[in-house]
Design a protein around this ligand. Structure first.
Ligand code: ZN
Length: 134
Protein backbone atom coordinates (compact mmCIF):
# COMPACT_ATOMS: atom_id res chain seq x y z
CA UNK A 1 0.00 0.00 0.00
CA UNK A 2 1.31 3.41 -0.87
CA UNK A 3 0.02 6.44 1.04
CA UNK A 4 0.61 9.49 -1.14
CA UNK A 5 -0.45 12.31 1.20
CA UNK A 6 -3.07 13.55 3.60
CA UNK A 7 -5.87 14.17 1.11
CA UNK A 8 -8.16 16.07 3.44
CA UNK A 9 -9.38 16.59 6.97
CA UNK A 10 -13.12 15.96 7.35
CA UNK A 11 -14.68 18.44 9.75
CA UNK A 12 -18.28 18.19 10.95
CA UNK A 13 -20.07 21.55 11.07
CA UNK A 14 -23.57 22.58 12.05
CA UNK A 15 -23.86 24.69 8.94
CA UNK A 16 -21.72 25.35 5.89
CA UNK A 17 -22.15 29.09 6.42
CA UNK A 18 -20.71 28.92 9.94
CA UNK A 19 -17.86 26.84 8.60
CA UNK A 20 -17.17 29.25 5.77
CA UNK A 21 -17.03 32.09 8.24
CA UNK A 22 -14.04 30.63 10.11
CA UNK A 23 -12.23 28.56 7.48
CA UNK A 24 -12.87 30.97 4.63
CA UNK A 25 -13.26 34.48 6.03
CA UNK A 26 -11.02 34.25 9.11
CA UNK A 27 -8.30 31.86 7.91
CA UNK A 28 -8.56 33.07 4.33
CA UNK A 29 -8.67 29.64 2.72
CA UNK A 30 -10.22 29.73 -0.77
CA UNK A 31 -13.63 28.05 -1.00
CA UNK A 32 -13.54 25.63 -3.90
CA UNK A 33 -17.23 24.80 -3.92
CA UNK A 34 -19.61 22.33 -2.37
CA UNK A 35 -21.15 19.05 -3.42
CA UNK A 36 -23.98 17.02 -1.95
CA UNK A 37 -23.31 13.31 -1.56
CA UNK A 38 -26.91 12.01 -1.44
CA UNK A 39 -25.96 8.54 -0.31
CA UNK A 40 -24.32 9.97 2.82
CA UNK A 41 -26.89 12.74 3.38
CA UNK A 42 -24.07 15.23 3.51
CA UNK A 43 -23.12 18.49 1.89
CA UNK A 44 -19.34 18.69 1.49
CA UNK A 45 -17.44 21.96 1.10
CA UNK A 46 -13.80 22.11 0.09
CA UNK A 47 -11.05 24.53 1.04
CA UNK A 48 -7.71 23.64 -0.56
CA UNK A 49 -4.67 24.25 1.64
CA UNK A 50 -1.25 23.31 0.28
CA UNK A 51 -1.29 19.71 -0.89
CA UNK A 52 -4.40 18.92 1.11
CA UNK A 53 -7.88 20.21 1.73
CA UNK A 54 -10.22 20.99 4.55
CA UNK A 55 -13.53 19.23 3.88
CA UNK A 56 -16.49 20.63 5.78
CA UNK A 57 -19.32 18.18 6.36
CA UNK A 58 -22.83 19.51 6.84
CA UNK A 59 -25.66 17.05 7.28
CA UNK A 60 -28.56 17.40 4.85
CA UNK A 61 -30.88 15.42 7.11
CA UNK A 62 -31.38 14.96 10.87
CA UNK A 63 -30.87 11.20 10.48
CA UNK A 64 -27.69 11.43 8.41
CA UNK A 65 -24.36 10.07 9.71
CA UNK A 66 -22.91 13.55 10.26
CA UNK A 67 -25.97 14.71 12.21
CA UNK A 68 -25.65 11.60 14.40
CA UNK A 69 -21.93 12.20 14.83
CA UNK A 70 -22.50 15.78 15.99
CA UNK A 71 -25.24 14.62 18.35
CA UNK A 72 -22.82 12.18 20.02
CA UNK A 73 -19.49 13.98 19.84
CA UNK A 74 -20.17 17.55 18.81
CA UNK A 75 -18.72 19.41 15.86
CA UNK A 76 -15.04 19.15 14.96
CA UNK A 77 -12.61 16.82 13.21
CA UNK A 78 -14.57 13.78 12.11
CA UNK A 79 -12.09 11.92 9.94
CA UNK A 80 -8.66 12.04 8.35
CA UNK A 81 -8.34 10.97 4.73
CA UNK A 82 -5.20 9.56 3.16
CA UNK A 83 -4.79 9.35 -0.57
CA UNK A 84 -3.58 5.99 -1.85
CA UNK A 85 -2.51 4.98 -5.34
CA UNK A 86 -4.68 1.84 -5.43
CA UNK A 87 -7.63 1.67 -3.05
CA UNK A 88 -8.61 -1.93 -3.82
CA UNK A 89 -5.07 -3.13 -3.10
CA UNK A 90 -4.93 -1.00 0.06
CA UNK A 91 -8.21 -2.46 1.37
CA UNK A 92 -7.02 -5.98 0.69
CA UNK A 93 -3.75 -5.34 2.51
CA UNK A 94 -5.48 -3.70 5.47
CA UNK A 95 -7.94 -6.56 5.76
CA UNK A 96 -5.10 -9.06 5.72
CA UNK A 97 -3.48 -7.07 8.55
CA UNK A 98 -6.62 -7.62 10.62
CA UNK A 99 -7.94 -4.06 10.33
CA UNK A 100 -11.70 -3.81 10.65
CA UNK A 101 -13.16 -2.12 7.59
CA UNK A 102 -16.37 -0.11 7.51
CA UNK A 103 -16.32 -0.39 3.72
CA UNK A 104 -15.11 -3.70 2.34
CA UNK A 105 -15.33 -2.25 -1.15
CA UNK A 106 -14.85 1.38 -2.19
CA UNK A 107 -17.82 3.69 -2.56
CA UNK A 108 -18.22 6.96 -4.36
CA UNK A 109 -17.22 10.12 -2.51
CA UNK A 110 -17.29 13.80 -3.44
CA UNK A 111 -15.43 14.82 -6.57
CA UNK A 112 -15.70 11.34 -8.09
CA UNK A 113 -13.19 9.88 -5.63
CA UNK A 114 -13.28 6.25 -4.58
CA UNK A 115 -13.35 6.17 -0.79
CA UNK A 116 -13.49 3.67 2.07
CA UNK A 117 -13.49 4.03 5.84
CA UNK A 118 -11.56 2.01 8.40
CA UNK A 119 -13.20 1.28 11.74
CA UNK A 120 -11.96 3.50 14.61
CA UNK A 121 -11.77 0.39 16.81
CA UNK A 122 -8.84 -0.74 14.67
CA UNK A 123 -7.07 2.62 14.46
CA UNK A 124 -6.83 3.79 18.05
CA UNK A 125 -10.01 5.82 17.80
CA UNK A 126 -9.43 7.74 14.59
CA UNK A 127 -11.94 7.46 11.77
CA UNK A 128 -9.58 6.97 8.84
CA UNK A 129 -10.67 7.33 5.23
CA UNK A 130 -8.58 6.17 2.34
CA UNK A 131 -9.29 7.58 -1.08
CA UNK A 132 -8.15 7.28 -4.64
CA UNK A 133 -8.65 9.99 -7.22
CA UNK A 134 -8.29 9.50 -10.92
ZN1 ZN B 1 -13.60 12.61 3.58
Amino acid sequence: MKILKIDHLGIAVNSMDDGKQFWGDVLGLPFEGSEIVEEQKVNTGFFPVGESEVELLESTSPDGPIAKYIEKKGTGIQHIAFRVDDIEAALKELKESGIRLIDETPRKGAGGAKIAFLHPKSTGGVLVEICERG
